[in-house]
Write a protein that binds this ligand. Structure first.
Ligand code: NFE
Length: 477
């Protein structure tokens, strides 16, 4: 009988996650990941007008708001049989891409960065960066009531590297702000752009706006190419063992996303199961609730025997699948990513380090994608970004909308009768990754070491759950 260790809370932002590990002989032998709050979006959408869904689902999450709006919009547009204008469709894709860029910077520096380097290694910093000095002083003096307590373990030792990472951590705030400016240029405001609609976008898109967007994103690209990727590589070089830790089983799933001017997706849909590439089929996806707090009719039941989470368990032909930037890059055989992993002597598969590097590489891919779309739109600026359509029509039908989100493949389903939503189903990235019944994150935790120099530690469990970039608000929705 192993020892049970509870880590709660474990997420830095976005919802409540608890991880319970069973530890034997210094290693995790079992892990349960719990989503401990109820949400209810799928329930309260029922009975509402179909056009309400896009606006409502943008509130599923405080981090990845816009991606939900876009997935919903795609599903509703399909049901209403509205074909958007080419420029309108591209503008929506661009808005999603800018959102993902902001999210990847956020994850790399703020949501997982402090798992790898200890701010206090830079405690005797004597350089001239005033921001670095003030943060170190604030931590030393506990100015904000921040308790500086890191889990036991090995962090980056080199003082100079820690000083550099801390300086970049602070710079990253400015680039997240720039990325949000880019979202607002595309979609009128951030968070929750309200420009998105069937048939296109309501934003007034001008050449001037696109040039401004291009210039903003080129500054972000400078940071991602020159700083973020270098920092991700520095972390990878310091922790080569993490190419072998956090293996979620090697099944991956991705949906078509980031459509290009020629209407082909930059990220193609696909599934890898047991090492074999397959075509993605919606009919192969089911959601199991055996270990989730729901009755068979979808009501809450927190007393259900054996249940331990509000997260459901999506499965592909009954199998778990990891989703996220790593899944997209592996399914699409991304050369840039494969070259980087190979230059580091790493394993090209499911791992903590694979997930960390994949976010950096995908961020650069997305910036290149944005440049090519902006270029195309500038050449076609006189084409319409929206066309007339009737929002008051009482549509009937059902559709899935697939979208990209920073944390993986996103699917929204709506069944509508006479303009009223009868059923809503969201299958969200963090639902795949943090599902019960031995889902990807639970599998990735098995075998992790739980001691460091004779002392018990949860550090590798924390690094592993963070490597999936958990969002419990989304996963439960
Ligand atoms: Ni709330 Fe989200 C992303 C979505 S996570 S962060 O990215 O969809 O599952």
């Amino acid at each position: 009988m192993g020892k049970k260790i509870v880590i709660d809370p474990v997420t830095r932002i976005e919802g409540h996650q608890e991880v319970i590990t069973t530890v034997e002989n210094g290693h995790v032998v079992d892990a349960k990941v719990r989503g401990t709050m109820a949400r209810g979006f799928e329930g309260f959408l029922v009975g509402r007008r179909w056009m309400d869904a896009t606006i409502a689902v943008s509130r599923v999450c405080g981090v990845c708001w816009h991606v939900h709006a876009e997935a919903a919009n795609k599903a509703l547009e399909k049901t209403a049989q509205i074909i958007p204008t080419a420029n309108g469709r591209l503008m929506r894709e661009l808005t999603v891409a800018t959102h993902m860029i902001a999210d990847h910077i956020l994850h790399t520096y703020f949501l997982t960065g402090p798992d790898w380097f200890d701010v206090m290694k830079a405690a005797d910093y004597s350089g001239s960066n005033a921001k670095v000095r003030s943060v170190i002083n604030a931590v030393k003096n506990n100015t904000f009531g921040i308790v500086h307590k890191y889990p036991t373990g090995r962090y980056i030792e080199d003082k100079k590297t820690c000083e550099t990472l801390l300086a970049h951590y602070l710079d990253a705030l400015g680039y997240i702000q720039k990325s949000h400016n880019a979202i607002a240029l595309c979609g009128s405001k951030a968070p929750h752009p309200h420009s998105i609609t069937p048939a296109g976008v309501t934003t007034d898109i001008t050449s001037e706006k696109l040039i401004n967007l291009s210039s903003t994103l080129s500054q972000v690209r400078g940071f991602v190419e020159g700083t973020l990727l270098g920092d991700a590589l520095a972390i990878a070089k310091n922790f080569p063992e993490h190419f072998d830790l956090g293996n979620a089983g090697g099944n991956f799933l991705a949906v078509n996303s980031c459509y290009q001017p020629d209407e082909t997706p930059m990220f193609k849909a696909g599934v890898i199961m047991g090492g074999r590439h397959q075509t993605l089929s919606q009919n192969s996806i089911t959601e199991m609730t055996e270990k989730s707090y729901y009755t068979s009719s979808g009501e809450y039941d927190t007393d259900k025997p054996g249940a331990y989470t509000f997260v459901k368990a999506p499965r592909y032909n009954g199998n778990t699948a990891e989703v996220g930037p790593l899944a997209r890059l592996v399914v699409n055989k991304d050369k840039r990513f494969a070259d980087i992993v190979s230059s580091l002597g790493g394993r090209l598969g499911s791992s903590n380090m694979g997930r960390l590097l994949a976010r950096g590489v995908e961020c650069l891919n997305l910036l290149e994608y944005c440049e090519s779309v902006i270029d195309h739109l500038l050449k076609n600026i006189n084409e319409p970004f929206i066309k007339a359509w009737n929002p008051n029509q009482d549509i009937t039908g059902e559709s899935w909308g697939h979208g990209i989100a920073a944390r993986g493949a996103l699917m929204h389903y709506y069944r509508i009768k006479n303009g009223e939503i009868q059923e809503a189903n969201l299958i969200v990235p963090s639902t795949w990754n943090f599902s019960p019944l031995g889902g990807p994150a639970e599998a990735a935790m098995k075998g992790l070491p739980t001691t460091f120099r004779g002392q018990e530690t949860n550090l590798e469990v924390i690094r592993t759950t963070h490597s999936f970039d958990p969002c419990m608000a989304c996963s439960i929705h």
